[in-house]
Write a protein that binds this ligand. Structure first.
Ligand code: PEP
Length: 686
């Protein structure tokens, strides 16, 4: 249930954040205007310059989009889920405020693509907050869709993609236009109010006085003439129908309203849009002037619509040589019409047929090009479905290619290392060999009662204290022995470990023993991933991953067992098997965490069977395991990792096995139950 809940919530969060992040990234100016609205409601707009609100808009979209993608692919699961929870807590607090105080009419969560009321936004955020809390509770239950080594590529590419989307949209125009002024929109139709549309409702209250007493009345209970009128108040109780385009008007410089004239003109009209001429980009004025000349030549009316005053218009004319007429339109309307300052609109009658940023104005190098041809020169002609597909391809294709390139590079590196001459290889390892710890660890399994266990531990402790071993010695005992055995051991000589620990931190898990409990007995190690527990107790890689994390969290070192079955060895699949076991349960660790892992290679066919892998067989696979660790964490970490051999290891075969450069000791089952046998193996290091 936890896995299903974590993954379901992760998908909901991922899709919502990818959508809201991309919608914002594709219209950074729209998001900037919304941020400005919020700051205005807080009385802070005067302190936030335009560059700051624009950068905040781009950063906000990058954060949302990246969190969405990281959630989708389950990248850096713990950090991403913590960041997601923090983000949702902050956003929910803001939406509680807007739901109560109503400072903005639309939250702007999904840009202009989906408009929610403030109450709808609050409900949405409460659901998302619950999802974020669920994912935060069980981050490691999210299935990864991208391997750990490839994550850095996805992280960088996602951030880059989001920033590039914002920059391209700023330079050109948003690729998706959700506003009522999109190409193909009929401005007159957008202003129409249907005959049966709901009308705005008003209520009037009258204040009247009689014999010094003042009372309020409505038209329904208006009293007789003995009352004297004092005051009246009229309030709007419902807004009625508001057409999508309700504030578009064009006022010429002489004060006449030219809206109807322009929108009912039969042919084409050019409208150069600049909400503020003071902040308009004047770098493309030459192209604008050429389009004006073209308009005159083809008898096409041309106006510049702005909310700026005469002084700013004069300044613009001085610096650009503009000769076209200017007209006045509401600033917010102009900002909604086109996300470019200045931007160019081409109308045919009341219909918008072309829309250009000043950075990509239509090319009229041939002044005889027909206006019909010109109107098709905007680059927003693709259907929305094609644009969505293009965006997805722009994200997926380069990401896939980068990942493939990275994996190929890692693979060739591995091959090159394998090709190093065997002699060189051994010499290299021998020098490095001194860096890692030699270990002989005993695994008592389910043997010996408490008294027998204490006796064996004491005997070993005494023997090895008297005659210092040349390696680290560990005994791993059943839980029941740990606390008592710990009393008798000098752990500088014989360290203590458990044979297992729970995959849960604490709570109602009858019969389980947590990593914290193991640690509290004085034990320092725990064996995890033993083939008997994988086989008889169905311990999966995911369960083991949890156990490893909990053990490390509680300060235990882990002896992590891997190894192939007889059938897998016969099918020559041993390398594949051990690599998958490492990847499944310990390669999620950081290099620092991995330093607390001792690997025990134990071929299942050799455990307790009397069959031992030959020293060559064991060395081959140990060298391979080290190369896999090196590929993952680098050569230095690999050289520092102790890799033990386990499987019918005894005093007679230990010296040959331990002589191999990549075998750093043994994990001993049966032969660890008698002090003399175990000591015989320890002595192999002498
Ligand atoms: C073991 O189970 O860890 C082991 C190596 O057992 P044995 O030595 O008995 O094969």
């Amino acid at each position: 249930m936890k896995t299903i809940a974590a993954n379901a919530c992760r998908i909901v969060l991922a899709l919502t954040f990818i959508f809201s992040g991309y919608v914002k990234a594709s219209d950074p100016l729209g998001t900037q205007y919304k941020i400005h609205d919020y700051l205005e409601a807080l009385g802070l707009a005067a302190y936030a310059p335009d560059w700051l609100t624009l950068c905040s808009s781009i950063a906000l979209s990058a954060v949302e989009f990246s969190l969405g993608i990281f959630m989708l692919f389950a990248i850096r699961r713990r950090a991403t889920s913590a960041a997601m929870l923090l983000f949702m807590m902050a956003m929910t607090a803001i939406t509680v405020w807007i739901a109560i105080a109503d400072p903005v009419s639309d939250c702007g969560c999904f840009g202009d693509a989906v408009i929610l009321t403030n109450m709808q936004t609050l409900a949405k955020n409460i659901v998302l907050l619950a999802c974020a809390a669920t994912v935060y509770a069980w981050p490691l239950r999210m299935y990864r869709f991208i391997s750990r080594p490839a994550q850095w590529i996805a992280i960088n590419y996602t951030i880059l993609f989001s920033l590039a989307s914002s920059i391209v949209s700023l330079y050109l125009l948003p690729p998706f236009d959700f506003r009522p002024y999109h190409i193909g929109a009929d401005l007159l139709k957008g202003m129409e109010i249907p005959a049966d549309a709901p009308q705005p409702q008003f209520t009037t209250t009258f204040v009247l006085e009689k014999n010094g007493e003042r009372k309020e009345f409505t038209l329904d209970d208006y009293p007789d003439s003995t009352w004297t009128f004092v005051d009246s108040k009229t309030v709007q109780t419902s807004e009625g129908y508001v057409p999508p385009i309700h504030d578009f008007s064009i006022q010429l410089e002489d004060g006449t309203d030219a809206t109807d004239n322009i929108l009912t003109h039969k042919g084409y009209t050019f409208l150069l849009i600049s909400p503020h001429l003071e902040t308009a980009d004047d770098s493309n004025f030459g192209d604008i002037d050429r389009i004006y000349e073209y308009a005159k030549q083809h008898d096409i009316p041309f106006y510049c619509l702005t909310a700026s005053t005469g002084k700013a218009i004069q300044h613009w004319q001085d610096i650009t040589g503009a000769e076209y007429p200017f007209a006045n339109t509401d600033e917010t309307t102009l900002k909604t019409v086109i996300r470019s300052n200045p931007g160019l609109l081409m109308l045919r009658g009341p219909v918008i047929v072309g829309k250009w940023s000043h950075n990509a104005l239509p090319d009229i190098s041939d002044p005889d090009v027909s206006p019909d041809k010109l109107q098709s020169l905007h680059d927003n002609t693709r259907p929305a479905s094609q644009k969505v597909l293009l965006v997805i391809l722009w994200f997926i294709l380069p990401l896939t290619m980068l990942t493939l390139a990275d994996r190929t590079w890692a693979w060739t590196k591995w091959i090159r290392r394998k090709r190093v001459k065997p002699q060189q290889h051994i010499k290299h390892l021998k020098t490095k060999n001194n860096m890692r710890k030699k270990i002989v660890a005993g695994n008592w399994k389910m043997n010996m009662n408490l008294q027998e266990g204490i006796a064996l531990a004491k005997e070993l402790n005494d023997t090895l204290t008297a005659e210092k071993p040349n390696c680290g010695v560990i005994i791993c005992t059943p839980f029941i022995h740990l606390a008592s055995v710990a009393q008798f051991l000098n752990q500088d000589v014989v360290a203590l470990g458990a044979e297992n620990c729970a995959d849960k931190e604490k709570g109602a898990f009858t019969g389980e023993v947590s990593a914290e409990m193991v640690k509290s007995t004085g034990a320092q190690y725990v064996i995890l991933g033993h083939s008997e527990r994988r086989e008889y107790y169905n311990e999966t890689p995911e369960i083991l991953k949890e156990k490893v994390l909990l053990a490390l969290k509680n300060g235990l070192k882990v002896i992590f067992c891997i190894g192939e079955s007889k059938e897998e060895r016969e099918a020559n699949k041993q390398n594949e098997v051990v690599k998958a076991e490492l990847e499944g349960s310990v390669f999620n660790l950081t290099a620092e965490e991995f330093a607390n892992i001792v690997i025990a290679y134990e071929p299942i066919w050799a455990i307790g069977t009397g069959l031992t892998a030959t020293a060559e067989q064991a060395e081959d696979i140990h060298a391979y395991i080290r190369s896999v660790v090196a590929e993952k964490y680098g050569q230095e970490v690999a050289d520092n990792t102790s890799i033990l051999y386990g499987g019918s290891c005894k005093a007679s075969n230990a010296p040959e096995l331990f002589a191999k450069p990549d075998i750093d000791g043994g994990l001993i089952g049966g032969a660890s139950l008698k002090a003399a046998d175990f000591k015989g193996i320890i002595d192999a290091w002498k």
